[in-house]
Design a protein around this ligand. Structure first.
Ligand SMILES: Cc1cc2nc3c(=O)[nH]c(=O)nc-3n(C[C@H](O)[C@H](O)[C@H](O)COP(=O)(O)O)c2cc1C
Length: 166
C-alpha cells in the first residue's frame, strides 16, 4: 500500500508509529510524488526524528519480442546511478524544507557521489544498489570521503554539509 504518496497518508502513519514508539524514528520517503518536500514536512510535523530519501522510482521494462512487460508484476523499482540526479534534487529540496536531519541515497557508488549528497544538505548517506556490484563499496566510500576531506583541508565532514553554492 503506497501510504507515503500523500501528505495525509504519510502523516497518519508517522503519527500512529510515534504514538507507540519513543526511540529514533527515521521515515523513508517515496520519490513517486509531486512535492516530496511537503511530504517530508508532514512527517516532521508528526514527530519524525529524521527523513531518508529516496526510495525507488516506479519503472517499467518491455520485452518487445514477447510484447510483454519484463517484470511479472508489470512495474518495479528503479534504482542505482540512473536515479542519482532525481535523488539529489529531492534531497536538496527536502533539506531546505525541514529542520530534522536528512539522509540521502539514490545511486551512490563513490565518494564523489556521497559528497554531492552531503553538499546538497544530507547529513548522512546510505548505499543500496551499489552493494550488489561491489559488497565492499561502503568501506571504499568512507575511505574516499576521508581522503577528499583531507585533500581539501576540511577538519570535519560538517564543513561540506549543505555547502552547495547556488
Ligand atoms: C533489490 C532492492 C530491494 C529494496 N528493498 C527495499 C525495502 O525493502 N525497503 C526500502 O525502504 N527500500 C528498499 N529498496 C530501495 C533502496 O533502499 C533505496 O532507497 C533505493 O534503491 C535507492 O538507492 P540506491 O540507488 O543506492 O539503491 C530496495 C532496493 C533494491 C534495489
Amino acid at each position: 500500500m503506497a501510504f507515503g504518496v500523500t501528505c495525509s497518508g504519510a502523516a497518519q502513519v508517522v503519527k500512529a508509529v510515534r504514538a507507540v514508539y519513543n526511540k529514533t524514528l527515521i521515515v523513508k520517503l517515496s520519490p513517486n510524488v509531486t512535492d516530496i518536500a511537503q511530504i517530508a514536512c508532514a512527517c516532521e510535523d508528526e514527530g519524525a526524528d529524521a527523513v531518508s530519501l529516496i526510495n525507488t522510482l516506479l519503472g517499467m521494462a518491455v520485452d518487445i519480442e514477447r510484447r510483454k512487460p519484463q517484470l511479472s508484476i508489470r512495474t518495479g523499482g528503479l534504482s542505482g546511478p540512473t536515479v542519482k540526479p532525481v535523488a539529489l534534487r529531492m534531497v536538496y529540496d527536502v533539506a531546505h524544507a525541514v529542520k530534522v536531519p536528512v539522509i540521502g541515497l539514490g545511486g551512490i557508488s563513490s565518494a564523489a557521489d556521497a559528497i554531492e549528497f552531503l553538499m546538497c544538505g544530507a547529513t548522512a548517506i546510505q548505499i543500496g544498489t551499489a552493494n550488489f556490484v561491489d559488497p565492499t563499496v561502503t568501506i571504499k566510500v568512507i575511505a574516499g570521503l576521508n581522503s577528499w576531506l583531507d585533500a581539501h583541508g576540511c577538519q570535519s565532514v560538517h564543513e561540506i554539509i549543505g555547502a552547495l553554492e547556488v
